[in-house]
Design a protein around this ligand. Structure first.
Ligand code: AMP
Ligand code: GLY
Length: 418
């Protein structure tokens, strides 16, 4: 089989790495890929949102399966376009992608189908939104409706911060159209968990749980990022909570998907806030998480191509997902300044010097004349399996000293919970 992976991050490197394990696969392409995918796939110079070019490429090269990494092309309707031409593509259709593409749509879906989530109000008028600030206690959360590359969620501790944020989003149009509609949401206390699920034939089939580290600094301080560390499984996610999530959340989403006639086929990533024995939904994503994918796929024993094919056919069962008992941790090394402004083009040294049982997924790198350079805010994810989280974590921190680039930064407290 020939497989095309769309995207250029650590998630796509991990997908290519896992797909390469499948005996069914003879060739992998990655569009546009990065310095890491280049070692296992042929990088193709097409961006994820150039849907017509991707379609032409898939038709010309007789691609048997396309796997979509980022949300952008899903929200733009890449899956509908590929399906019209009879091509196999793993990802959700345009209608279903609204669950990530519009936060207001996702919240109204949750409200309508009784899915536990924080209280919220939607606004399209700045004056009304300003008044809305008084309807919530502080901290509160303001979210731009549309896609904002992970920057559209702001936690406001005071009314002044709320006013500044609304001006930024709605008056100054910092996120363009994405911020024309906003929601104000109640702040939820607790510990976050990421639950990635395959969805097919009206059923939600969860993977193992994960825990993402969103803030840039140790102790969960500083601004939010796309995720700078992760581990799986999330110890919060014991049998009892799994049952509660199944009954209170997954079953209700299944009913909602059916009632809304979504024909949801692909991945659903549920961001949860856990407080004692209660779980509420923070957000939906309609794609694999990054860095969640970097810790989930190394734990997956099953052939991922088989899973993709069964999802598309509607025959996937929970038994098809077989997991290793080992735990997995990843620490993301970032460029100085991220998630704000940062420089690119710094040479990365030592990538080949790490121990054999370390996996390095590239998040934002580019290969030039045999050398790997930084090409993003998140640069590389150093990943390891271990019998305990501590074992995996110790391996990573021991090896992180062997890799270097100018301005390299990483959190030292990832998976430090045992
Ligand atoms: P979202 O894109 O909606 O997941 O938001 C990104 C991050 O903002 C989440 O992973 C949380 O860390 C935080 N967040 C979002 N909504 C809330 C909320 N209602 N209460 C507390 N934190 C939140
Ligand atoms: N790590 C969170 C995300 O992929 O959205």
């Amino acid at each position: 089989m020939k497989v095309l992976v769309i995207g250029s991050g650590g998630r796509e490197h991990a997908l290519c790495w896992k797909i390469a394990e499948s005996l069914k696969v003879s060739k992998i392409y990655c569009a546009p890929g990065n310095g890491g995918t280049k070692e296992i796939a042929e990088n193709i110079d097409i961006n994820p949102e150039e849907i017509d070019r991707l379609l032409d490429f898939a038709l010309k090269e007789n691609i048997d399966l396309t796997v979509v990494g980022p949300e952008g092309p899903l929200v733009m309707g890449i899956v509908d376009k590929f399906n019209e031409k009879g091509l196999n593509i793993f990802g959700v259709n345009k209608k279903a992608a609204q669950l990530e593409g519009s936060k207001a749509y996702a919240k109204s879906f949750m409200e309508k189908h009784n899915i536990p989530t924080g209280r919220y109000r939607k606004y399209t008028d700045i004056e009304e939104a300003m008044k809305g600030l008084d309807q919530f206690q502080y901290p509160l959360v303001i979210k731009a409706d549309g896609l904002c590359l992970g920057k559209g969620v702001v936690i406001c501790n005071t009314k002044e911060e709320g006013i500044d944020c609304l001006n930024h989003m709605m008056k100054d149009k910092a996120f363009g159209m994405a911020g024309e509609t906003i929601i104000i949401e109640e702040f939820l206390e607790g510990i976050e968990a990421s639950l990635l699920c395959f969805v097919t034939n009206g059923r939600i089939i969860p993977m193992e749980s994960a825990k993402d580290y969103k803030q840039i600094y140790e102790g969960d301080m500083g601004p939010n990022t796309g995720g700078v560390g992760c581990f799986s499984p999330n110890p919060l996610f014991q049998e009892e909570l799994r049952k509660i999530v199944q009954e209170d959340i997954l079953s209700k989403i299944e009913i909602g998907l059916e009632k809304e006639k979504m024909d949801y086929k692909g991945l659903l990533f549920i961001g949860l806030m856990i407080n004692k024995d209660k779980a509420k939904v923070l957000e939906f994503n309609v794609r694999f998480g990054d860095p969640e994918t970097e810790v989930l796929l190394p734990r997956l024993k099953s052939d991922i191509v088989d899973i993709f094919e069964k999802t598309l056919k509607g025959s996937l069962k929970i038994e098809d997902l077989i997991w290793k008992d080992e735990k997995c941790v990843t620490v993301v090394a970032t460029s100085k300044g991220y998630p704000g402004k940062y420089e690119k083009g710094k040479e990365i040294i030592g990538l080949k010097d790490v121990d054999e049982d370390i996996i390095i997924f590239h998040n934002g790198t580019i290969e030039k004349e045999g050398k790997i350079h930084t090409n993003g805010g998140r640069v590389i994810s150093i990943t390891a399996l271990g019998n305990t989280l501590k074992e995996a974590r110790d391996k990573i921190y021991k090896n992180l000293n062997k890799v270097a680039f100018d301005g390299m930064y990483f959190r030292k407290d990832i998976a430090k919970i045992d």
